[in-house]
Design a protein around this ligand. Structure first.
Ligand code: MYR
Length: 193
């Protein structure tokens, strides 16, 4: 169990600014710092930003296909009946649970196959001011796209997930686009009622 959430439940004293579910959450801080080290290492190992973006997406995918079990086990999420509902759950439940933020969901097309998550705050860049030098095409938080794609694959949804804006690059918003491609056939995940 997590010491801080125990402390919160028991109403123990916590340092100012800390609260469970925020980026001050100890696990999140460790994750964010580790993630920074991972991206720095990939910047050393790979030639261009496109390769780094791809690798982050790929690593995220492998995390996502496993994380979905944890997510379904720790949330009370039922099978969604529309793609909007799914994206809404990603924002309000999954992002809240793992990153302590709730992105705004924006509908990008009337058919309801394309949505964007707008992140007012991106905990992954907490200790970062700028993109690393000479990496203007890097989607720094691209791991998230892979995670979402992998997790959604496991609930039989084929999607395209990518960043289309990032404040780190000087864009106005930080925006992840999620496009529904098709429903997949296959075994249902345990615990996904
Ligand atoms: C459904 O469509 O039936 C509900 C499934 C919801 C899938 C939510 C996947 C989220 C996985 C965790 C992402 C963590 C991002 C930080």
């Amino acid at each position: 169990a997590d010491l801080r959430s125990t402390a919160v439940q028991k109403d123990w004293h916590l340092p100012a600014g800390s609260s469970s579910g925020s980026a001050h959450h100890m696990n999140t801080e460790l994750f964010v710092l580790t993630y920074g080290a991972l991206v720095a290492q990939l910047c050393k190992d790979l030639q261009n930003d496109e390769d780094i973006n791809k690798e982050l997406d790929n690593m995220g995918y492998n995390i996502g296909v496993r994380l979905i079990e944890d997510f379904l086990a720790h949330s009370d999420v039922r099978r969604c009946h529309s793609f909007y509902e799914t994206v809404d759950v990603i924002s309000k439940v999954a992002f809240k649970m793992y990153l302590g933020v709730v992105p705004n969901v924006i509908c990008k097309d009337p058919a309801g196959d394309e949505y964007s998550l707008l992140l007012e705050r991106n905990p992954l860049v907490n200790f970062l001011e700028d993109l690393p030098d000479n990496h203007s095409s890097l989607w720094y938080s691209n791991l998230l796209c892979g995670i979402l794609r992998g997790a959604l694959k496991m609930v039989n949804l084929a999607t395209d997930v990518c960043f289309v804006q990032d404040r780190l690059k000087g864009d106005k918003e930080t925006e992840i686009q999620i496009k529904f491609l098709r429903k997949l056939e296959g075994s249902k995940l345990m615990g996904h009622k």
